[in-house]
Design a protein around this ligand. Structure first.
Ligand code: SAM
Ligand code: SF4
Length: 266
């Protein structure tokens, strides 16, 4: 599908939950968040219907994100359901990697193609400080499990404060080079003020070439991360929600006062 600026939209990023087992400083408050009520969260059948309609309209690439997608109960079953949909070229996931050790092989068996794993530093104390809860050894185990399960190329998402030449970023770059991992540097963003920039080594943040729509865990299709616009698939029906998101996809992002990374998915 083409939007009004002639951008080809073929990529749907799906937040499968607003829950998370970490509390990264740049993403969530320490005390956690007010979660969506359970009945607002899309069921697996509903997510599959949204994808099927999307595929009919031109979506061929899916990324599952969150919150932390691996804390959604039955996530492997969801991947298996999605992988049966004809017309999808790629199913990927962005995860913090904490639970990936256990999930990598079952996810690969269910049809997941690749993973992006978030890792901002190699320093265990600093990792714990940034994520407020995380044990970096679990992430390393998750990375190994992903490689072993052939969820490749494994990509590392590294959030930087100011530059990819920061010490932590340099170490992550070296670690990736030595371990056959690809790395993307994401400059810390602020949805409320509209502070964002192009992801180094990735495709995010480049409005001119944006090919994405997003589905929130509570069923809203968003044309842009940096916009308050959203279209409810339950209220409007799936096709109309897509059409409105497509028609209203802004030329470039501005700001987002209503959503957060953990419920839209970064
Ligand atoms: N929980 C999973 C994870 O951390 O990989 C998936 C969801 S998380 C919201 C997706 C990505 O967004 C992660 O790579 C995370 O580092 C990034 N992210 C979160 N808050 C951000 C912010 N304020 N600026 C830039 N990236 C951010
Ligand atoms: Fe959780 Fe990912 Fe946000 Fe960190 S960045 S708090 S892991 S959703």
């Amino acid at each position: 599908m083409l939007d009004r600026y002639n951008r080809k939209i073929n990529y749907l990023r799906i937040s499968v939950t607003d829950r998370c087992n970490l509390r990264c400083k740049y993403c969530m408050p320490a005390e956690g968040i007010k979660l969506f009520p359970h009945n607002e969260i899309l069921s697996f059948d509903e997510i599959v219907e949204v994808i099927k309609t999307g595929v009919e309209m031109g979506i061929d690439k899916i990324r599952l994100t969150g919150g932390e997608p691996l804390v959604r109960k039955g996530i492997v079953d969801l991947v298996a359901m999605i992988s049966k949909i004809k017309g999808l070229k790629e199913i990927t996931m962005t995860t913090n990697g904490i639970l990936l050790d256990k999930f990598a092989q079952p996810l690969a068996d269910a049809g997941l193609d690749r993973v992006n794993i978030s890792l901002d530093t190699l320093n265990p104390e600093k990792y714990h400080e940034i994520t407020r809860l995380g044990d970096i050894d679990k992430v390393f185990a998750g990375i190994e499990a992903a490689k072993k399960a052939n969820l490749t190329p494994v990509k590392i998402n590294c959030v930087v404060m100011n530059s990819s030449e920061e010490e932590d970023a340099k170490q992550v770059r070296k670690f990736c080079a030595e371990n056959n991992l690809m790395v993307r540097f994401i400059h810390q963003m602020d949805l409320n003020t509209g502070k964002f920039s192009i992801v180094e080594g990735g495709s995010g943040g480049d409005c001119k070439h944006c090919n994405r729509l997003r589905l929130t865990a509570n069923g809203k299709i968003k044309p842009c991360l940096f916009s308050d616009m959203e279209y409810d698939v339950r209220e409007l029906g799936i096709e109309k929600a897509y059409k409105l998101a497509l028609e209203n996809k802004p030329k470039s992002g501005t700001y987002n006062h209503s959503g957060k990374f953990y419920n839209i998915g970064g």
